[in-house]
Design a binder for this molecule. Structure first.
Ligand code: ZN
Length: 144
């Protein structure tokens, strides 16, 4: 997606994906976990065109994806929200156990786990507006 120009890239110290401009802002020093996190936002946008998704759900998926990447690649789980690492690690390990037992199944996160993670986001210094709703715009790559 990114390599073929479907997502614009901008240089910046704070990694983020802007759905309106379809721009990934990232620095050359970005960590792999940051790239996984932001790429998850891009993937959700690409695969859910026309759907309205809460920011809290978007962020939970991105943090979970980065935690799964960390556990599978034997890296540390690095999150910018205090105490969230414990929660996303526990959820990621639950996903990994499910995937081991159900290679072709779809895991549904417990809503309570997501609510807890989102409460941490909302009450953190980041002050994430978890209830902000955004329509996913898709990528031109995905239009047929
Ligand atoms: Zn994010």
């Amino acid at each position: 997606m990114i390599e073929n120009g479907s997502v614009d890239i901008s240089e910046g110290d704070t990694p983020r994906y802007d759905i309106d401009s379809n721009t990934l802002t990232i620095s050359g020093g970005a960590t792999e976990a940051e790239i996984v996190h932001e790429s998850t936002h891009i993937l959700i946008n690409a695969t859910h065109k026309g759907k309205t998704i809460r920011r809290g759900d978007h962020e939970t998926a991105a943090y979970l994806a980065a935690a799964l990447w960390a556990l599978y690649s034997k890296n540390e789980i690095a999150v910018d929200v205090p105490h969230m690492d414990v929660q996303v690690r526990r959820l990621a390990k639950t996903v990994m156990a499910f995937n081991s037992a159900n290679p072709s199944g779809a895991f549904c996160c417990d809503p309570g786990d997501c609510q807890y993670i989102q409460a941490l986001m909302q009450s953190s210094a980041n002050g994430t507006d978890i209830n902000e709703r955004r329509e996913q715009r898709g990528l031109s790559l995905c239009e047929n």
